[in-house]
Design a protein around this ligand. Structure first.
Ligand SMILES: [Zn+2]
Length: 355
Protein backbone atom coordinates (compact mmCIF):
# COMPACT_ATOMS: atom_id res chain seq x y z
CA UNK A 1 0.00 0.00 0.00
CA UNK A 2 1.07 3.54 -0.76
CA UNK A 3 1.24 4.66 2.83
CA UNK A 4 2.37 8.03 4.14
CA UNK A 5 2.83 6.62 7.62
CA UNK A 6 5.45 4.12 6.47
CA UNK A 7 7.25 6.63 4.34
CA UNK A 8 10.73 7.77 5.32
CA UNK A 9 12.59 10.57 3.68
CA UNK A 10 14.89 13.53 4.24
CA UNK A 11 13.45 17.03 4.17
CA UNK A 12 16.03 19.71 3.38
CA UNK A 13 15.01 23.24 4.39
CA UNK A 14 16.77 26.62 4.49
CA UNK A 15 18.30 27.37 7.90
CA UNK A 16 17.83 31.16 8.02
CA UNK A 17 15.03 33.19 6.52
CA UNK A 18 15.73 36.94 6.80
CA UNK A 19 12.96 39.22 5.74
CA UNK A 20 12.56 42.96 6.30
CA UNK A 21 13.68 46.50 5.51
CA UNK A 22 17.41 47.03 4.82
CA UNK A 23 18.10 43.32 5.24
CA UNK A 24 20.93 43.55 2.72
CA UNK A 25 23.13 45.00 5.49
CA UNK A 26 22.66 41.78 7.45
CA UNK A 27 24.38 39.55 4.88
CA UNK A 28 27.75 39.49 6.76
CA UNK A 29 25.92 38.58 9.98
CA UNK A 30 24.10 35.77 8.19
CA UNK A 31 27.42 34.46 6.86
CA UNK A 32 28.94 34.61 10.35
CA UNK A 33 25.97 32.91 12.02
CA UNK A 34 26.12 30.04 9.56
CA UNK A 35 29.95 29.85 9.61
CA UNK A 36 30.03 29.89 5.82
CA UNK A 37 33.59 31.18 5.49
CA UNK A 38 35.47 34.27 4.33
CA UNK A 39 35.45 34.04 0.56
CA UNK A 40 32.35 34.19 -1.66
CA UNK A 41 31.40 33.88 -5.30
CA UNK A 42 28.62 36.41 -5.98
CA UNK A 43 26.56 35.53 -9.05
CA UNK A 44 24.34 38.22 -10.51
CA UNK A 45 23.25 39.58 -13.91
CA UNK A 46 24.54 42.36 -16.12
CA UNK A 47 21.84 44.85 -15.05
CA UNK A 48 22.45 44.48 -11.31
CA UNK A 49 26.26 44.30 -11.66
CA UNK A 50 26.73 48.06 -11.33
CA UNK A 51 23.73 48.57 -9.05
CA UNK A 52 22.65 46.41 -6.08
CA UNK A 53 25.54 43.97 -6.64
CA UNK A 54 27.96 46.88 -6.01
CA UNK A 55 26.19 47.62 -2.70
CA UNK A 56 26.39 43.95 -1.70
CA UNK A 57 30.11 43.87 -2.58
CA UNK A 58 30.75 46.89 -0.34
CA UNK A 59 28.70 45.41 2.51
CA UNK A 60 30.69 42.16 2.22
CA UNK A 61 34.06 43.94 2.07
CA UNK A 62 33.10 45.97 5.17
CA UNK A 63 32.28 42.67 6.83
CA UNK A 64 35.80 41.35 5.99
CA UNK A 65 34.51 38.93 3.36
CA UNK A 66 36.52 38.50 0.17
CA UNK A 67 34.13 38.72 -2.79
CA UNK A 68 34.46 37.66 -6.44
CA UNK A 69 31.54 38.77 -8.61
CA UNK A 70 30.59 37.21 -11.91
CA UNK A 71 27.66 37.97 -14.19
CA UNK A 72 25.56 35.30 -15.82
CA UNK A 73 24.17 35.65 -19.35
CA UNK A 74 21.35 33.11 -19.24
CA UNK A 75 20.14 30.09 -17.26
CA UNK A 76 21.47 27.27 -19.45
CA UNK A 77 23.57 24.24 -18.56
CA UNK A 78 26.48 25.86 -20.45
CA UNK A 79 26.24 28.83 -18.09
CA UNK A 80 26.25 26.49 -15.07
CA UNK A 81 29.41 24.78 -16.41
CA UNK A 82 31.06 28.13 -17.15
CA UNK A 83 30.45 29.29 -13.57
CA UNK A 84 31.70 25.97 -12.17
CA UNK A 85 34.98 26.58 -14.06
CA UNK A 86 35.21 30.08 -12.55
CA UNK A 87 34.41 28.60 -9.15
CA UNK A 88 37.34 26.16 -9.53
CA UNK A 89 39.69 29.06 -10.31
CA UNK A 90 38.82 31.27 -7.37
CA UNK A 91 37.99 28.52 -4.83
CA UNK A 92 35.37 30.32 -2.71
CA UNK A 93 33.85 28.94 0.51
CA UNK A 94 30.24 29.48 -0.59
CA UNK A 95 28.04 31.15 -3.21
CA UNK A 96 25.50 34.00 -3.26
CA UNK A 97 22.82 34.29 -5.96
CA UNK A 98 21.60 37.88 -6.33
CA UNK A 99 18.79 38.90 -8.65
CA UNK A 100 15.64 37.55 -10.23
CA UNK A 101 15.14 33.99 -11.38
CA UNK A 102 18.27 33.34 -13.44
CA UNK A 103 21.14 34.26 -11.06
CA UNK A 104 19.40 32.34 -8.27
CA UNK A 105 18.84 29.28 -10.49
CA UNK A 106 22.50 29.30 -11.59
CA UNK A 107 23.78 29.82 -8.02
CA UNK A 108 21.55 26.95 -6.90
CA UNK A 109 22.90 24.58 -9.57
CA UNK A 110 26.55 25.62 -9.23
CA UNK A 111 26.60 25.31 -5.44
CA UNK A 112 24.87 21.92 -5.63
CA UNK A 113 27.40 20.59 -8.15
CA UNK A 114 30.42 21.79 -6.18
CA UNK A 115 28.90 20.58 -2.91
CA UNK A 116 28.66 23.99 -1.25
CA UNK A 117 25.79 26.02 0.17
CA UNK A 118 24.40 29.25 -1.25
CA UNK A 119 22.51 32.32 -0.05
CA UNK A 120 19.53 33.46 -2.09
CA UNK A 121 19.11 37.24 -2.33
CA UNK A 122 16.03 37.96 -4.46
CA UNK A 123 15.68 41.48 -5.90
CA UNK A 124 12.24 40.83 -7.38
CA UNK A 125 9.38 38.75 -5.99
CA UNK A 126 8.29 37.21 -9.28
CA UNK A 127 8.32 33.43 -8.66
CA UNK A 128 8.62 30.81 -5.93
CA UNK A 129 12.08 29.51 -6.78
CA UNK A 130 13.67 31.91 -4.22
CA UNK A 131 13.93 29.27 -1.49
CA UNK A 132 13.18 26.00 -3.29
CA UNK A 133 15.49 23.08 -3.97
CA UNK A 134 14.63 23.02 -7.69
CA UNK A 135 16.56 24.98 -10.31
CA UNK A 136 14.92 25.93 -13.58
CA UNK A 137 17.55 25.40 -16.29
CA UNK A 138 17.04 25.84 -20.02
CA UNK A 139 17.80 22.74 -22.08
CA UNK A 140 18.31 22.66 -25.86
CA UNK A 141 14.54 22.87 -26.46
CA UNK A 142 12.73 23.33 -23.16
CA UNK A 143 13.15 24.31 -19.54
CA UNK A 144 13.98 21.60 -17.01
CA UNK A 145 13.42 21.60 -13.30
CA UNK A 146 16.66 20.21 -11.87
CA UNK A 147 17.14 18.81 -8.39
CA UNK A 148 19.52 20.84 -6.20
CA UNK A 149 19.56 21.93 -2.57
CA UNK A 150 17.52 24.80 -1.11
CA UNK A 151 19.53 27.91 -0.12
CA UNK A 152 21.00 27.78 3.37
CA UNK A 153 19.65 31.31 3.84
CA UNK A 154 17.27 33.69 2.09
CA UNK A 155 17.87 37.41 2.52
CA UNK A 156 14.84 39.35 1.27
CA UNK A 157 15.18 43.11 1.57
CA UNK A 158 11.69 44.63 1.39
CA UNK A 159 12.99 48.12 0.56
CA UNK A 160 14.52 46.69 -2.63
CA UNK A 161 11.50 44.46 -3.36
CA UNK A 162 9.04 47.35 -2.77
CA UNK A 163 10.94 49.41 -5.37
CA UNK A 164 11.00 46.69 -8.03
CA UNK A 165 8.48 47.06 -10.90
CA UNK A 166 4.98 46.03 -9.75
CA UNK A 167 4.57 43.76 -12.78
CA UNK A 168 7.15 41.36 -11.28
CA UNK A 169 5.44 41.28 -7.88
CA UNK A 170 2.05 40.70 -9.54
CA UNK A 171 3.65 37.85 -11.46
CA UNK A 172 4.83 36.36 -8.14
CA UNK A 173 1.21 36.55 -6.96
CA UNK A 174 0.21 34.73 -10.16
CA UNK A 175 2.69 31.94 -9.37
CA UNK A 176 0.94 31.61 -5.98
CA UNK A 177 -2.62 31.68 -7.33
CA UNK A 178 -1.45 28.74 -9.48
CA UNK A 179 -1.28 26.59 -6.32
CA UNK A 180 -5.07 26.28 -6.52
CA UNK A 181 -4.93 24.03 -9.58
CA UNK A 182 -1.52 22.50 -8.75
CA UNK A 183 -3.03 21.13 -5.53
CA UNK A 184 -6.24 20.06 -7.33
CA UNK A 185 -4.09 18.13 -9.82
CA UNK A 186 -2.13 16.43 -7.05
CA UNK A 187 -5.32 15.44 -5.23
CA UNK A 188 -6.80 14.14 -8.47
CA UNK A 189 -3.72 12.02 -9.09
CA UNK A 190 -3.96 10.76 -5.52
CA UNK A 191 -7.56 9.66 -6.08
CA UNK A 192 -7.10 8.24 -9.57
CA UNK A 193 -3.52 6.91 -9.46
CA UNK A 194 -2.94 6.50 -5.74
CA UNK A 195 -0.02 8.92 -5.95
CA UNK A 196 1.45 9.67 -2.55
CA UNK A 197 0.51 13.09 -1.18
CA UNK A 198 1.86 15.13 1.70
CA UNK A 199 -0.93 16.81 3.63
CA UNK A 200 1.55 19.12 5.37
CA UNK A 201 2.95 20.25 2.04
CA UNK A 202 -0.55 20.75 0.58
CA UNK A 203 -1.68 22.80 3.59
CA UNK A 204 1.41 25.00 3.32
CA UNK A 205 1.02 25.50 -0.41
CA UNK A 206 -2.70 26.22 -0.11
CA UNK A 207 -2.01 28.80 2.60
CA UNK A 208 0.17 30.80 0.20
CA UNK A 209 -2.66 31.13 -2.35
CA UNK A 210 -5.03 32.14 0.46
CA UNK A 211 -2.59 34.78 1.74
CA UNK A 212 -2.49 36.43 -1.67
CA UNK A 213 -6.28 36.26 -2.03
CA UNK A 214 -6.85 37.77 1.40
CA UNK A 215 -4.33 40.57 0.91
CA UNK A 216 -4.96 41.37 -2.76
CA UNK A 217 -6.08 44.95 -1.98
CA UNK A 218 -3.04 45.73 0.19
CA UNK A 219 -0.72 44.26 -2.44
CA UNK A 220 -2.36 46.27 -5.23
CA UNK A 221 -2.12 49.50 -3.18
CA UNK A 222 1.67 48.99 -2.98
CA UNK A 223 1.71 50.44 0.51
CA UNK A 224 5.20 50.51 2.13
CA UNK A 225 6.31 46.97 2.98
CA UNK A 226 3.66 45.35 0.74
CA UNK A 227 6.23 43.13 -0.93
CA UNK A 228 6.75 41.41 2.42
CA UNK A 229 3.37 39.63 2.05
CA UNK A 230 4.29 38.35 -1.40
CA UNK A 231 7.86 37.28 -0.68
CA UNK A 232 6.80 35.58 2.54
CA UNK A 233 4.19 33.58 0.61
CA UNK A 234 6.74 32.77 -2.11
CA UNK A 235 9.17 31.47 0.51
CA UNK A 236 6.38 29.39 2.10
CA UNK A 237 5.58 27.93 -1.31
CA UNK A 238 9.27 27.03 -1.74
CA UNK A 239 9.16 25.34 1.67
CA UNK A 240 6.08 23.34 0.62
CA UNK A 241 8.12 22.02 -2.30
CA UNK A 242 11.08 21.24 -0.01
CA UNK A 243 8.72 19.25 2.23
CA UNK A 244 7.29 17.33 -0.72
CA UNK A 245 10.75 16.77 -2.17
CA UNK A 246 9.39 17.84 -5.57
CA UNK A 247 7.61 20.75 -7.22
CA UNK A 248 4.29 18.81 -7.06
CA UNK A 249 2.51 21.11 -4.53
CA UNK A 250 3.37 24.17 -6.59
CA UNK A 251 3.28 23.06 -10.20
CA UNK A 252 0.49 21.28 -12.05
CA UNK A 253 -1.37 21.59 -15.34
CA UNK A 254 -1.29 25.42 -15.20
CA UNK A 255 2.54 25.30 -15.14
CA UNK A 256 2.53 22.85 -18.05
CA UNK A 257 0.40 25.36 -19.97
CA UNK A 258 2.95 28.08 -19.17
CA UNK A 259 5.93 25.89 -20.13
CA UNK A 260 4.12 25.00 -23.38
CA UNK A 261 3.79 28.73 -24.17
CA UNK A 262 7.48 29.27 -23.37
CA UNK A 263 8.41 26.57 -25.90
CA UNK A 264 6.85 28.25 -28.96
CA UNK A 265 5.15 31.61 -28.26
CA UNK A 266 6.59 34.56 -30.17
CA UNK A 267 6.78 36.79 -27.07
CA UNK A 268 6.10 34.77 -23.90
CA UNK A 269 4.91 36.76 -20.90
CA UNK A 270 6.27 36.43 -17.33
CA UNK A 271 6.18 32.95 -15.75
CA UNK A 272 3.69 33.87 -13.01
CA UNK A 273 1.45 35.77 -15.43
CA UNK A 274 1.19 32.75 -17.72
CA UNK A 275 0.69 30.32 -14.82
CA UNK A 276 -2.14 32.48 -13.45
CA UNK A 277 -3.84 32.57 -16.86
CA UNK A 278 -3.41 28.78 -16.93
CA UNK A 279 -5.06 28.61 -13.49
CA UNK A 280 -8.27 30.16 -14.88
CA UNK A 281 -8.28 27.57 -17.69
CA UNK A 282 -7.35 24.55 -15.57
CA UNK A 283 -9.71 25.79 -12.82
CA UNK A 284 -12.49 25.57 -15.41
CA UNK A 285 -11.43 22.01 -16.33
CA UNK A 286 -11.36 21.06 -12.63
CA UNK A 287 -14.77 22.66 -12.14
CA UNK A 288 -13.30 25.00 -9.51
CA UNK A 289 -14.61 28.53 -9.04
CA UNK A 290 -12.59 29.95 -11.97
CA UNK A 291 -14.62 33.19 -11.90
CA UNK A 292 -13.32 33.84 -8.37
CA UNK A 293 -9.76 33.07 -9.53
CA UNK A 294 -10.21 35.53 -12.40
CA UNK A 295 -11.58 38.23 -10.07
CA UNK A 296 -8.61 37.89 -7.71
CA UNK A 297 -6.31 38.29 -10.70
CA UNK A 298 -8.20 41.43 -11.80
CA UNK A 299 -7.88 42.80 -8.23
CA UNK A 300 -4.14 42.26 -8.39
CA UNK A 301 -3.85 43.85 -11.82
CA UNK A 302 -2.88 40.58 -13.53
CA UNK A 303 -3.85 40.14 -17.19
CA UNK A 304 -6.81 37.77 -17.70
CA UNK A 305 -6.91 37.62 -21.50
CA UNK A 306 -4.44 36.44 -24.10
CA UNK A 307 -4.40 39.89 -25.69
CA UNK A 308 -3.52 41.69 -22.45
CA UNK A 309 -0.69 39.22 -21.98
CA UNK A 310 0.65 39.94 -25.47
CA UNK A 311 -0.21 36.43 -26.67
CA UNK A 312 -2.15 35.42 -29.76
CA UNK A 313 -5.43 33.51 -29.26
CA UNK A 314 -4.03 30.71 -31.43
CA UNK A 315 -0.97 30.43 -29.14
CA UNK A 316 -3.23 29.92 -26.10
CA UNK A 317 -5.21 27.21 -27.91
CA UNK A 318 -2.03 25.44 -29.08
CA UNK A 319 -0.58 25.58 -25.53
CA UNK A 320 -3.79 23.99 -24.20
CA UNK A 321 -3.59 21.25 -26.84
CA UNK A 322 0.04 20.30 -26.09
CA UNK A 323 0.29 21.07 -22.34
CA UNK A 324 -0.14 17.37 -21.39
CA UNK A 325 3.03 16.48 -23.37
CA UNK A 326 5.25 18.83 -21.34
CA UNK A 327 5.61 16.58 -18.33
CA UNK A 328 3.86 13.28 -19.14
CA UNK A 329 4.99 11.59 -15.93
CA UNK A 330 3.02 14.11 -13.84
CA UNK A 331 -0.68 13.21 -13.87
CA UNK A 332 -3.02 16.19 -14.02
CA UNK A 333 -6.55 17.11 -15.10
CA UNK A 334 -5.22 17.05 -18.68
CA UNK A 335 -4.83 13.27 -18.48
CA UNK A 336 -2.67 11.32 -20.91
CA UNK A 337 -4.38 12.52 -24.06
CA UNK A 338 -4.85 16.22 -23.30
CA UNK A 339 -7.56 18.43 -24.76
CA UNK A 340 -9.02 18.18 -28.25
CA UNK A 341 -8.83 21.36 -30.28
CA UNK A 342 -12.58 21.91 -29.90
CA UNK A 343 -12.39 21.50 -26.12
CA UNK A 344 -9.38 23.86 -25.95
CA UNK A 345 -11.26 26.56 -27.90
CA UNK A 346 -14.33 26.05 -25.71
CA UNK A 347 -12.37 26.31 -22.42
CA UNK A 348 -10.56 29.47 -23.58
CA UNK A 349 -13.76 31.06 -24.89
CA UNK A 350 -16.04 30.28 -21.92
CA UNK A 351 -13.45 31.65 -19.48
CA UNK A 352 -13.01 34.78 -21.63
CA UNK A 353 -9.28 34.16 -22.02
CA UNK A 354 -9.80 34.50 -25.77
CA UNK A 355 -12.64 36.31 -27.48
ZN1 LIG B 1 6.05 28.62 -10.85
Amino acid sequence: MNSVINEYKFIELPTLLCLGADMLNSVPEVIKRLSLGKKVLLLTDEFLRTRIAKDVENILIDGNIEVFTNTIQDSTMDEVNKQIEFHKEIKPDFVIGLGGGRPIDIAKSVSFQVNQRFISVPTIASHDGVASSRASIMGSKKRHSIQALPPIAVVADTVILDKSPYRFTASGCGDLIAKRTAIADWMLSHRLKNELISEYSIALSDMTAQLITKNADIIRSQVEGYSRIVVKALISSSLAMCVAGSSRPGSGSEHMFSHALDSFAETPALHGEQCALGTILMGYLHDLDWVEIKNIMINLGLPVTSRNLGLKDEEVIKALEIAHTIRPERFTVLGKEGLTRDAAIKAATITGVIN
